[in-house]
Ligand binder design. Structure first.
Ligand code: ADP
Length: 404
């Protein structure tokens, strides 16, 4: 038989401890072993099993053998027929199996006690304990057992409630995110559209003659805003394709130094206020990549540097470290507060300090991270305020030997 039970004040203290574990637990994983330890101080038993109803079948969700038969766990009776009866009747019951033949092995004489586990009026499972070879359960044992089973019933009911609440909160969050999404997107789409409409209407006014420089200035604004609208729509489409996993990646074996130097040349042709430098520490590093999508990541980082670190030099440094190609994109702009460093990769997140002064949608880095993940890689940012920002991209090298 298990350890000796306690009596007197120690018994009351143990009941209290049992209750308080139950009332303080909102995650049931790992809670049963300490409860079993406490239950052993209140009641003598060899086995304890919690059965839960799973679509009409009682399945054990927790079983522990603590006394006799511990070493023969697989062979000993666990009382399935008895618990079915308790479940059907909905009442606490005790039962003693009949000894067959002269066999003296007391493992063949299990004494069961079982009680239904309830959620409100519904019976959802059964708690049972087994003593091998007695003693029979007296009135006090039955009371203590009812205390234990009622408490375990409450614990399981709360677990169901907690997970139902979590599901509801999850759908609520999803709903709020969708609401935010629609609000952010309509705002972002409306702003350039407002400019385009406003300047076009102004130019079309019949009561005013605009001189050529004004015409050109207004058309320039319309052109920029149309580009911005195009970029936003592209970003939105990309982000929803990346989110749903429907973006096609055209993965090829590419030399990263070639991709990077093409990209730098292209960018320098564009009219951006940024000085790009390329440092190829290890040439010939080969990865499996979609060059167009990688180019999109680099373009995004350059655009960000030109928006948030204007006038800064941006260094692209390519190195091979072990099995990975590492690309560092380094600027010496104002940097990003470390508290935002992880959040800048979330959809729609924009650093509050620059949100008003620089235009953007908060989709760029989210798209970068999704694209790099599709290459089995990672992207993260390191920064020190006032010193600059480093974006670090890691992509696994495809061929181990480095090509020349
Ligand atoms: P967006 O530029 O549209 O706001 P991103 O996802 O590209 O969205 O960037 C998220 C935020 O990260 C930006 O709002 C900006 O505050 C910050 N950020 C990105 N790149 C830099 C950088 N090079 N220097 C400082 N801040 C940056």
């Amino acid at each position: 038989m298990g350890d000796r039970t306690v009596s007197g004040k120690a018994f009351i203290d143990t009941l209290y401890e049992f209750s308080s574990i139950i009332s303080q637990t909102d995650d049931i994983s790992g809670v049963f072993p300490p409860l079993v330890e406490l239950a052993r101080k209140l009641l003598i038993f060899d086995n304890i099993v919690i059965y839960m109803d799973d679509k009409g079948e009682l399945r054990p969700i927790f079983a522990k053998s603590v006394g006799r038969g511990r070493s023969k766990e697989a062979d000993i009776p666990w009382g399935e027929t008895f618990v079915e009866k308790v479940f059907e009747s909905g009442k606490m019951a005790v039962h003693q199996d009949v000894v067959q033949g002269p066999d003296e092995d007391r493992l063949k004489v299990p004494y069961y006690i079982g009680a239904p586990l309830r959620h409100g009026r519904n019976i959802v499972g059964v708690l049972t304990m087994i003593r091998f070879g007695g003693p029979e359960y007296d009135a006090n044992d039955r009371k203590t057992f009812t205390f234990i089973s009622d408490h375990i019933g409450q614990l399981l009911e709360r677990d169901v409630l907690v997970s139902t609440i979590e599901q509801i909160e999850g759908s609520q969050r999803m709903w709020e995110m969708q609401e935010n999404f629609v609000a952010t997107v309509s705002h972002d789409l409306r702003t350039p559209l407002g400019f385009i409409k406003g300047y076009t209407t102004t130019l079309l006014r019949e009561d005013t003659d605009w001189d050529v420089p004004t015409y050109r200035e207004f058309l320039g604004i319309i052109d920029d805003e149309a580009d911005r609208l195009q970029e936003l729509i592209d970003n939105l489409l990309d982000s929803s394709r990346l989110q749903s996993g429907t973006m096609q990646m055209n993965l090829q074996t590419v030399r990263l130094d070639v991709v990077l130097s093409d990209m730098v040349q292209r960018s320098q042709l564009r009219d951006i206020d940024i000085n790009l430098e390329l440092e190829i520490v290890n040439p010939g590093v080969v990865v499996k990549a979609d060059p167009m999508r990688l180019g999109q990541v680099f373009d995004n980082l350059i655009n960000n540097a030109s928006k948030y670190a204007p006038g800064s030099t941006v260094i692209f440094r390519l190195e091979a470290e072990g099995q990975n190609a590492i690309i560092r994109v380094i600027d010496n702009g104002p940097g990003i507060d470390p508290e935002h460093l992880e959040r800048i990769f979330q959809r729609f997140f924009r650093v509050p300090e620059t949100r008003m002064s620089v235009r953007g949608s908060g989709l760029g880095l989210y798209i970068c991270r999704k694209i790099i993940s599709a290459h089995q890689g990672t992207i993260k940012a390191e920064s020190e305020l006032g010193k600059g920002t480093i974006f670090i991209i890691t992509i696994p090298i495809t061929v181990e030997e480095v090509l020349d």
